[in-house]
Every structure is written in structure tokens, then in C-alpha cells.
Design a protein around this ligand. Structure first.
Ligand SMILES: [Cu+2]
Length: 373
């Protein structure tokens, strides 16, 4: 099976890449207020940020669990919903022994999955942690208004601001920080998804999962150990060292894997933070029964193999799992598996030989399956 060859090569790259050290001098990045007028040609921010890892709080696991999302909304009437988010800057691992200065909403990447009902009035307050070195803000693509909310939520360290908006349009939307050089803030981890449920609700499923693709632009090449500073040059050149699901390599395997049983109906809320790459979202060995293309709830496709998810966009896919085993989530630009973009959906239950069978090569998988029962 193809994936068995690919995954060890990923691990090999992560484990054995040469730990060369590049010791460029640093220049402090402006921590002050940056107006959003600094778009356009120029290289004024192409220096390295000066980060002393010991200045920041450590987070044990930066990845948001795929199952950490609110349950479907039961009410039919809209109401006022209060949401509080905190912008934080923390130290965490991209992979074993590879540390990074992440910027987050609520200490995870992606940030919290927000879930509101169409017609709700959302009161969102954004607090920027006292120990942040940058100002932050939030732009929610579900918002109609200047900056998607960023125009009124620009917060300095220790400051809090409120955005009030009406969730007019159902769909699954990306949110992200839009302060300063927004691309930098997104690349460092400041993104998440907000679902605006239609008043009639979504169809019932057995499992909902929250997955977001993102890119990391580290100064050291992939696999290089130690603290890795953000590399603005690589970001401008659109050359991420890591492409990951939920913030780091391996977030969706072992303890973090998706789980279902044969016969279950599964929905994946999939977002792509970018900041540069389009994702070709695919699950090896599955066919999406239904895709809400570009996360528009008014447009569904059936029987889709791979769905295109733009940077700053999302998709919702639904499918029934019919056969036990491991199914691998990927960006089907498959070289990105070696940069971290893969995860496992583990399905347990009875085999259906009429659907799928073969030679004895999956005896080992059989044994694992029986042990679980
Ligand atoms: Cu930010």
C-alpha cells in the first residue's frame, strides 16, 4: 500500500535531517501599533524577529483536538451569543525537539471552533495577553463590515476590545488575526473556524471533526532540531518548511486520530489557513458522499474524490465509513505529506468482503482489529 512507504519517509526526514545551525544576527520586530497601511511592495519586515524562547510560556501540545468542538445547536431561534477569545504568544513543538514561537487564539492551533446560529448577534471580545510582544486582532469571514471585525478589534498587549456582529449568512468560515502584517500572524498560528449553522440545522451525523491545514515558515529546514525562528523571506517566497493539520506534525495520529465505526456517518469541517497554498483535501480510500464546496451550504456536490480548499477558505465533507482500517487524510499535493500534512481516520467494525477484499497482506491489520474488540 502506497501510504506505508510514504509515512516512514516522512518520519525519516523528521528524524534524520542534518541539524545545521545558522546564527544570523537579529533585529527586534516592532511591537508597537502597526496601521494596516503597510501593504504592497517592500521588504521592511523581512528581517528576523528577535525571540528569546525563555520569555514565553510553554504549551505542552499546541494542536487543537479534532473532537474539540461544540455540539450541533438545538435551538431554532436566534439569540445573543457571547464569545471571549485571548490572543497569546507561546512556545510549543512543531515536532519532537523542534520548537516554535506560536501565536494563537486560546493557546491552540487552530483556535476554538466557534458555532452560532444564523441570525444570532455575536458579542465577541478579544483580549491580548499581557505578555504578548505584538498587537493582534480578529477578522472573521462570517462578518460583513470593515476588516471582518479587524477594524474594531485591534488590541495592544493587555488590552481588550469588543466586536458585535450579526451572523447573517450560514456557512463554515475562516477567522484569523489581521493585525500588522496579517500573513505573519496567520502563519504563526492565529486562525480557526466559525460555523454559522442554518436555522434548519445540518443533517445528523455520528461524528463531527475539526481539521485545519496551515503552513510553518521556519528558519531551519524541515527536521532541523532546536528553536526555529519564523522566516519572513520563506513566507514571501511561499516556501513553507512544514504543512500541517492542526498546528504541528503528527497531530492527527495515535492519540489525536479521528475514530469511527463501520456504518457511521462522518462530517469533517476542513479549513485552510494557508497562508499561501491551496489544499487538495482527500482521504485515501474514501469517497466523499457529499461536499459543501468552498463551505457554501447552498451548493452541494456528490461523490467527490478530492476537494479544493483555497487559502482562507473551508469545505465541509460528509461520508459513511463502510470498511474497517486506517484512512489517511492528506493534501493530495502529496509531497506535503513529507512536510507533515497527514492524519489518520481509524475505522473499526466488521469487514464486508463483497466491498473490499484481497490477499493476506492485511492479516496484521486484522489482528489489531480483533484486539480492539
Ligand atoms: Cu495577531
Amino acid at each position: 500500500m502506497k501510504i506505508k512507504k510514504i509515512i516512514p519517509s516522512t518520519i525519516a526526514i523528521l528524524l534524520f535531517a542534518a541539524p545545521a545551525f545558522a546564527g544570523e544576527s537579529n533585529q527586534r520586530h516592532s511591537a508597537g501599533h502597526v496601521e494596516q497601511t503597510n501593504f504592497g511592495p517592500g521588504d521592511s519586515y523581512l528581517h528576523r524577529m528577535s525571540v528569546d524562547p525563555s520569555d514565553y510560556r510553554k504549551v505542552k501540545d499546541i494542536s487543537k483536538s479534532v473532537t474539540d468542538l461544540p455540539k450541533p445547536i438545538q435551538r431554532k431561534n436566534s439569540k445573543k451569543v457571547v464569545i471571549t477569545l485571548e490572543a497569546t504568544e507561546v512556545m510549543a513543538s512543531i515536532a519532537h525537539g523542534i520548537n516554535y514561537h506560536y501565536w494563537t487564539f486560546n493557546d491552540t492551533v487552530p483556535g476554538p471552533f466557534l458555532r452560532v446560529l444564523q441570525g444570532d448577534t455575536v458579542e465577541l471580545s478579544l483580549f491580548n495577553a499581557e505578555d504578548s510582544s505584538h498587537s493582534h486582532s480578529i477578522d472573521l469571514h462570517a462578518v460583513t463590515g470593515p476588516g471582518g471585525g479587524a477594524a474594531v478589534t485591534h488590541v495592544e498587549p493587555g488590552e481588550s476590545k469588543e466586536l458585535i456582529f450579526k451572523a447573517t449568512t450560514p456557512g463554515l468560515f475562516v477567522y484569523h488575526c489581521a493585525a500588522g502584517n496579517a500573513a505573519t500572524h496567520i502563519a504563526n498560528g492565529m486562525y480557526g473556524l466559525i460555523l454559522v449553522e442554518p436555522t434548519k440545522g445540518l443533517s445528523k451525523v455520528d461524528h463531527e471533526f475539526y481539521v485545519m491545514q496551515g503552513e510553518l515558515y521556519t528558519h531551519g529546514s524541515i527536521g532541523k532540531k532546536g528553536f526555529q525562528a519564523f522566516d519572513a523571506r520563506k513566507m514571501i517566497d511561499e516556501r513553507p518548511e512544514y504543512v500541517v493539520f492542526n498546528g504541528r506534525t503528527g497531530a492527527l495520529v495515535e492519540q489525536g486520530q479521528l475514530k469511527a465505526k463501520v456504518g457511521d456517518k462522518v462530517r469533517v469541517f476542513f479549513g485552510n489557513a494557508g497562508v499561501s497554498k491551496i489544499s487538495s483535501f482527500h482521504i485515501i480510500g474514501e469517497i466523499f458522499d457529499k461536499v459543501y464546496a468552498e463551505a457554501s451550504l447552498s451548493n452541494t456536490l456528490k461523490d467527490v474524490q478530492t476537494t479544493l480548499v483555497p487559502a482562507g477558505g473551508a469545505s465541509m465533507v460528509e461520508f459513511k465509513v463502510d470498511y474497517p482500517g486506517n484512512y489517511v487524510l492528506v493534501d493530495h499535493a502529496l509531497t506535503r505529506i513529507d512536510r507533515g500534512a497527514w492524519g489518520i481516520l481509524n475505522v473499526t467494525g466488521r469487514k464486508n468482503n463483497a466491498l473490499y477484499s484481497g490477499s493476506s497482506s492485511d492479516d496484521a491489520a486484522d489482528k489489531v482489529h480483533h484486539m480492539e474488540h
